[in-house]
Design a protein around this ligand. Structure first.
Ligand SMILES: Cc1ncc(C[n+]2csc(CCOP(=O)(O)OP(=O)(O)O)c2C)c(N)n1
Ligand code: SF4
Length: 302
């Protein structure tokens, strides 16, 4: 199996001519994924932006076997395809799901859980643009605290809850491999995709994917936001590998939150107390993460 790395990506394109908006983070991740996994890959994409921009008969933008799954069913469809591939004794066909945060964290969560439980060899990728973008930027359970959507206001009445922790949910299924990644760190993403491909069982990748249309940011800010979300500590890069959690980048101090929040209209209107609350939530998350890393590193069961 040829190793996947940023230097080894082929010139071949399997996601071209799509109708994504300029600067769409999800479409970039999908393009890299298919370049890396190649033409034998089978991909399942539920209702959402990537299916809307990719399956445009008769101008199909996907150059591999691709199927749109019902919104709630990515995991189930993936397991079915993987079971057939296993029954036929084929070993060179990556089976990949590529689903938005709404399709993963909300409506498809039971289906994802079932797929992780069935232990078929699948790679489930959630591109997280932090809202239901395809239907008009409604809040999902992956929308972060303070972000304005068309169903969550800004200002003092902004949503003050927490983003659903998909990595922990996936890891709690006892699967061999799960990781977070960001469009701002393509080499890290591809390394994790390579690791996921080698796993004999289910793996889960949760990838940060800016959406200029829904976030109100510049179309050329995608990569930069994919980096500043990491340096501000709001999106830790993590790997769950056979029972141990590893923090890939642990900054000694975090960059000011404004470097990430200010370029996005969805955070405009946040007041100082709300930004402090966001920073406090981030700090609690990191304390818990460090404890989780210590606990799993020392665990004899890991
Ligand atoms: C059962 C069902 N409910 C609702 C819809 C309508 N719908 C299609 S795409 C979508 C939003 C998808 O959001 P997300 O999964 O976050 O992906 P994104 O559009 O942000 O890429 C919704 C609500 C549907 N297709 N099926
Ligand atoms: S609305 Fe957002 S996620 Fe959808 S295609 Fe446009 S940039 Fe991409």
């Amino acid at each position: 199996m040829k190793k996947i790395s940023i230097k080894m990506l082929p010139d071949d394109e399997y996601f071209v001519g799509h109708k994504g908006c300029g600067g769409c983070g999800g479409s970039l991740i999908l393009r890299w994924t298919l370049k890396a996994l190649g033409e034998r890959c089978h991909i399942v994409i539920p209702a959402g932006c990537m299916s809307a921009i990719g399956f445009i008969y008769p101008q199909m933008a996907l150059g591999v076997n691709a199927m749109i799954a019902p919104f709630a069913a990515t995991g189930a469809v993936l397991s079915g395809i993987a079971a057939v591939i296993r029954a036929k004794g084929l070993t060179d066909i990556p089976v990949v799901g590529f689903a938005g945060d709404g399709a993963t964290a909300d409506i498809g969560l039971q289906s994802l859980s079932g797929a992780l439980d069935r232990r078929e060899k699948i790679i489930y990728i959630c591109y997280d643009n932090e809202a239901y973008m395809n239907t008009g930027i409604q809040r999902s359970s992956a929308t972060p605290q303070g972000a304005r959507t068309t169903t969550s206001p800004s200002g003092q009445t902004a949503f003050a809850g927490s983003k659903k922790d998909l990595l922990r949910i996936a890891a709690a299924h006892g699967i061999p491999y799960a990781a977070t990644a960001s469009v701002g760190h393509p080499a890290d993403f591809l390394r994790k995709l390579d690791r996921a491909r080698q796993i004999d069982g289910p793996s889960f990748l949760h990838v940060f994917a800016p959406c200029p249309t829904g976030w109100g940011c510049a179309t050329d800010a995608t990569t930069e936001l994919g980096r500043s979300v990491v340096t501000t500590g709001l999106w830790p890069l993590l790997e769950w590998d056979h029972g141990k959690i590893r923090i890939n980048q642990a900054p000694h101090s975090f960059a000011p939150l404004a470097t990430y929040l200010a370029p996005q209209a969805r955070f405009r209107g946040l007041e100082a107390n709300q930004i402090e609350a966001l920073a406090a939530e981030r700090d609690r998350t990191w304390v818990a993460l460090r404890a989780w890393e210590r606990e799993t590193t020392n665990s004899v069961l890991a």
